[in-house]
Write a protein that binds this ligand. Structure first.
Ligand code: IPE
Ligand code: IPE
Ligand code: MG
Length: 240
């Protein structure tokens, strides 16, 4: 008999992370919320390295939701500046590691300078093929799905698409994430048990890993722990 191939690959192809807890980390240290976001950037760096070493192909990071625009102006402005600085500074390192940067969300909502930095980094790393790092920015899963449905309805009205031909694969192909496989593993830090409007469609059969560790404290070791837990899961996809 030939050995059966394992049901679960030990290393997830695609990891998605809800990077939460920056504000609580800062408050716990008597610091400003923005200090928490700054420290969070170090966790991002460490996770990218960890994913490269593990051979993960896609890493999607929830960095800013459409709902996050309701936060105080100063926090939003500080976050956008931080993002801009981080992206600019990280290009050489990302490039050296073979990381291709991409972004999903309503990028047109971002301040012009942040968007410019993002577009420059995406162009500068477009040739890399080791790890695709996807930043979810001004992202809302419901908006993503609504826009896809609107596009599909338009095509149907124009006679370019038969409504009977609409299936799950077609809807997937109209989402921002059309070029990526669905995440295998979702990590959320800071202990919250919710999706907060992140990848609702794409996470249908994803394994969840929730840790109480706050995002600024999350390091490669925590990532390895999550991947280790994932490797012990039995994914059944509705089968037995
Ligand atoms: C996550 O940390 C970062 C963003 C949402 C931008 P939070 O800022 O949500 O931190 P908490 O949840 O208030 O601790
Ligand atoms: C989710 O965190 C969004 C990001 C990590 C960017 P939030 O802190 O905004 O989520 P809620 O408000 O606790 O659900
Ligand atoms: Mg939060």
């Amino acid at each position: 008999m030939f050995p059966k191939s394992p049901a679960t690959r030990p290393v997830p192809r695609h990891i998605a992370i809800i990077m939460d807890g920056n504000g609580r980390w800062a408050r716990g240290k008597g610091l400003e919320r923005l200090n928490g976001h700054e420290r969070g950037a170090e966790a991002v760096r460490d996770c990218v390295k960890g994913c490269r070493e593990l051979g993960v192909e896609y890493l999607t990071l929830y960095a800013f939701s459409t709902e996050n625009w309701q936060r105080p102006k100063a926090e939003v402005a500080g976050l956008m500046k931080l993002l801009e600085r981080f992206i600019g500074k990280e290009i050489p390192e990302l490039d050296a590691q073979g990381v291709r940067l991409q972004a999903i969300g309503k990028l047109e909502d971002l301040p012009a300078s942040t968007r410019k930095a993002l577009e420059a980094a995406i162009a500068a790393t477009a040739h890399n093929d080791k790890l695709t790092l996807v930043l979810a920015l001004s992202y809302s899963s419901r908006v993503e799905i609504v826009e896809a449905v609107r596009e599909i309805a338009r095509e149907a009205r124009e006679g370019k698409l038969d409504p009977e031909a609409i299936d799950a694969a077609l809807l997937s192909s109209r989402l921002y994430t059309c070029a990526y496989p669905d995440p295998d593993l979702l990590i959320r830090t800071s202990g919250e048990m919710r999706l907060s409007n992140f990848l609702l469609w794409q996470l249908s059969y994803t394994e969840f890993y929730i840790t109480s560790t706050l995002w600024p404290d999350f390091r490669k070791g925590d990532l390895l722990e999550a991947v280790d837990a994932y490797s012990k899961r039995q994914r059944r996809f509705g089968g037995i």
